[in-house]
Design a protein around this ligand. Structure first.
Ligand code: KG4
Ligand code: ZN
Length: 340
């Protein structure tokens, strides 16, 4: 009689991720580096008052929220600490006082629960957001080699990945990050913080070709970016044109509102044009067939639209995470940790 073969069923690996690099306190549970069982994010609204993140305030808010957010991530995944195999935490880059809260909490947890602790680079996490999906969701995931345009509040990079852990930065911003430029232009126009989503919405009502802002470094033969000059060009335009006052308050208000819409639409177009052009050139030069977007600015509707068109014209497959996975989150940290 033939021997019955024993099928050994592999237990899933459950990783609890913690992220606190900026103004979001996040915790998530991810199974086998792919399936999100829970993904909790608490945003600190208080920074809107200051027009940007105040690191010490962020740190204090993280301390208040972190235990609750971690417990919520476990509850939503219907798990307890005993079920978790490993703990992952963002170590850098980020705001030091903010990072420290997540790191100390994760270290304490790993020690008291006797679990291994995995340190994850925040940018590595953002790229990895493209490889995640929620339970019962079946989306097509990217394959390697992959070119990723990583655009966030602190970084703008073009990255070549040849495996989940092998990433090479091909180019990056020499000054402001794309998200930073969105935030600074919004602040200049008194629109609030964070500026990216506000500009994205407002730009839909403006004309993107109303003002010809510069496209910095667009045709230079490298993969670097620069957005500081563009920000200054917007400031000069605002100083020259928006300060105009007539005798009539209503006309002034009407003129101001409409020129603001055109300014943000034209500014956004300039940023997106550069991001798309440089990413496509890099993917073409390296003969890569897949492009991904990552980071907060990857939520931008115009970027998704124009990158989608450019990829279609040039025969590239385009991937981008859902809006909530573009923003800072802990699922990307727990997912990436599986491969480390
Ligand atoms: O990745 P993220 O959540 O945090 C960092 O690691 O920086 O990115 C935050 C940045 C902010 O600058 C925010 O204004 C920008 O992403 N952002 C956007 C949009 N949503 C968020 N920028 C343009 N369009 C958006 N829809
Ligand atoms: Zn980020």
């Amino acid at each position: 009689m033939p021997k019955a073969s024993r099928i050994v069923k592999k237990e899933p690996t459950l990783i609890l991720g913690i992220e606190s690099s900026a103004d979001d306190t996040c915790a998530a549970v991810v199974q086998d580096g792919k399936t999100i069982l829970s993904n909790i994010r608490s945003s600190q609204e208080i920074h809107n008052l200051y027009g940007g993140i105040v690191p010490e305030v962020a740190s204090r808010k993280h301390i208040e929220a972190i235990a609750f957010i971690v417990q919520k991530a476990l509850d939503e995944a219907h798990l307890t600490f005993d079920d978790i195999d490993k703990i992952a935490v963002t170590v850098n880059p980020g705001l030091k006082p903010a990072l420290l809260v997540g790191q100390s909490y994760a270290q304490g947890l790993a020690f008291s629960q006797n679990k291994p602790l995995i340190e994850v680079n925040h940018l590595f996490g953002h790229v990895y957001a493209n490889f995640l999906q929620y339970k019962d969701q079946h989306t097509e995931l990217p394959t390697f080699p992959l070119i990723t345009l990583l655009v966030s509040g602190g970084h703008t990079q073009i990255i070549l990945s040849t495996s989940p852990t092998n990433q090479k930065v091909l180019g990056e911003t020499l000054d402001d990050a794309a998200g930073e430029a969105f935030d600074k232009v919004a602040r200049m126009l008194g629109l609030g913080y964070p500026g990216g989503p506000i500009i994205d919405t407002l730009a839909k009502e403006g004309f993107e070709d109303a003002i010809q802002f510069p496209r910095p470094m667009m045709h230079e033969d490298n993969s670097n970016f620069s957005f500081s000059g563009l920000k200054t060009a917007v400031k000069n335009y605002v100083d020259k044109n928006v300060a105009y006052k007539s005798e009539n308050k209503e006309i002034d208000e009407f003129m101001r509102e409409n020129s603001t819409k055109d300014i943000v639409a034209s500014f956004q177009e300039a940023v997106v044009d550069v991001l798309v052009a440089k990413t496509i050139v890099e993917a073409r030069d390296l003969d890569v067939s897949s492009i991904a977007l990552a980071g907060g600015v990857a939520a931008n509707s115009r970027l998704r639209d124009l990158m989608g068109r450019a990829c279609h014209e040039n025969n590239f497959r385009l991937y981008y995470p859902s809006i909530e996975l573009c923003m800072d989150n802990a699922a990307m940290i727990a997912g990436a940790a599986y491969h480390l």
